[in-house]
Design a protein around this ligand. Structure first.
Ligand SMILES: [Cu+2]
Length: 463
């Protein structure tokens, strides 16, 4: 599914190119592979150098490289892209090599990397390598450590990977716009010792947010707080890949937060420990059990667990508005309001009018509401028992017996062993709910003044 962009042009052949130095001496710039695929691509196993278990990127891919002497060479192209956030909705973003986020870069501790960056955006850019230990002039801060990369130009970054761990890349040029437009990617450095912190499955993705009104295609780049699309790797439920895991595998999940708010990422069914941040590996003595990791802004957390409990386990941001898709912020709360009479009156003017949400909003998960083009339902998606009523930052960790190593294909919904699913009982006729008789012993009675709730503008909230 990867296509070859072809050679982007031959750089000037340098005299004495056999001498090893830190300068570019390649006869040509490496190809820049590109893809328009937005499903998880298979892991890219190393063909030379130390062995490692490659990562898989949710709804993403790893950038192929080439060896040139002892340099590992990559080529990123910053450019406008179209990203499908979930079937039915496409966003016009900026990204790298055909997608947003850009491809994951993978290399090994001690590698010397040479990363070509070609700018095909309408404005200048740069790339900062978040969390890396490198020479100041390779840090990618436009104006501070290098000139900006003008449209049509190619720059080269060269540095040695000093330590293993989880990192990211993003522009440090017109950042507010370029990050709001989706310019970012993951950068994973594997330990030189193949046995150190080895896992069987290693997932990576970024948290990012976009302000897109229903029916629009381009995020509003000036938004500071009021985002509407909450994404794992710029995908929303039900468009986010599931994390398919073989029972008893050691699993790592690396999450980077390049959004403008924190996200408490919660995984069901397990407890686990953070083993790595963008600062490095966490010593064993400093880890504590968690079921929710509050992801700070501009940082990475990787957690690990042994996949001993089979099942379909939800994994999501615990801010409930972040498991919703764009709704427009003027949706009113109608819980408790009897809208039947109102609806009758409105239908005389608008025949299709349908009152919503007087019990809650769950009915929206099931209803096929007419939506503007390029708009996802606010809450949607179906599981084996019915509507899941989610959107945004929600996916499923599927732990299964009997799948092959490195097989990430969707195994379908979990087949629950008999007697292990919550079930309905026939409801006995109920009388008065039981009440505690008398006062609790040795405790003084408390007089409570019941204050009538204040009514707003004469509206009682009930009829
Ligand atoms: Cu969140």
């Amino acid at each position: 599914m990867l296509s070859r962009r072809g050679f982007l042009g031959t750089a000037a052949v340098l005299a004495g190119a056999s001498a090893v130095s830190g300068r570019v001496q390649a006869a040509s710039i490496p190809e820049a592979p590109t893809t328009t695929t937005n499903t998880m691509q298979p892991p890219l196993f190393p063909s030379s150098g130390p062995d490692y278990q490659p990562v898989v990127t949710l709804n993403g891919w790893t950038l192929p490289w080439r060896m040139n002497g002892d340099w590992k060479e990559f080529h990123l192209v910053a450019e406008p892209v179209v990203r499908e956030m979930a079937p039915g909705m496409k966003a016009h973003l900026w990204g790298y090599n055909g997608q947003s986020p850009g491809p994951t870069i993978e290399a090994v501790e001690g590698d010397k990397v040479r990363i070509y960056v070609t700018n095909k955006l309408p404005e200048h850019t740069s790339i900062h390598w978040h969390g890396m230990l490198l020479p100041s002039g390779m840090d990618g801060v436009g104006g501070l450590t290098q000139p900006q990369i003008k449209p049509g130009k190619t720059f080269v970054y060269e540095f040695e990977l000093k330590k293993s761990g989880s990192f990211m890349y993003h522009p440090h040029a017109d950042e507010m716009v370029q990050m709001a437009m989706g310019m970012m990617g993951s950068f994973v450095i594997h330990p030189r010792d193949p046995k150190f912190m080895r896992v069987d499955r290693d997932f990576v993705f970024l948290l990012s947010t976009y302000d897109m009104d229903p029916g629009t295609y381009v995020p509003k780049v000036t938004e500071m707080t009021n985002f509407s699309m909450w994404t794992f790797n710029t995908r929303v439920f039900p468009g986010i890949d599931h994390l398919v895991v073989r029972k008893n595998d050691r699993v790592r999940v690396r999450i980077g937060n390049l959004s403008m708010t924190n996200h408490p990422i919660h995984m069901h069914g397990y407890d686990f420990k953070v083993t790595c941040t963008d600062g490095g590996w966490v010593p064993e003595s400093a880890r504590w059990p968690e079921t929710t990791i509050d992801m700070p802004i501009g940082s990475i957390r990787a957690y690990e667990f042994d996949a001993i409990y089979p099942g379909d386990w939800a994994m999501h941001c615990h801010k409930s508005h972040h498991t919703m898709n764009a709704m427009g912020h003027d949706v009113k709360t109608f819980i408790g309001v009897q809208k039947r009479d109102l609806a009758k009156a409105i239908r005389k003017i608008v025949p299709d009018y349908m009152p919503m949400g007087s019990a809650g909003m769950a009915d929206m998960g099931e209803m096929e509401m007419p939506l503007p083009d390029n708009t996802l339902p606010m809450m949607t998606g179906f599981g084996q028992f019915g509507p899941i009523e989610m959107g945004g930052m929600f996916t499923v960790v599927k732990v299964r017996e009997g799948i092959a190593a490195n097989d990430y294909r969707d195994p379908g919904w979990y087949s629950h062993p008999p007697g292990t699913v919550a079930y309905e009982v026939s409801t006995p006729a109920t009388g008065e709910p039981p009440r505690q008789q008398g006062k609790a012993p040795n405790r003084p009675a408390v007089e409570v003044d019941v204050v009538k709730p204040r009514m707003k503008g004469g509206h009682t909230g009930q009829h």
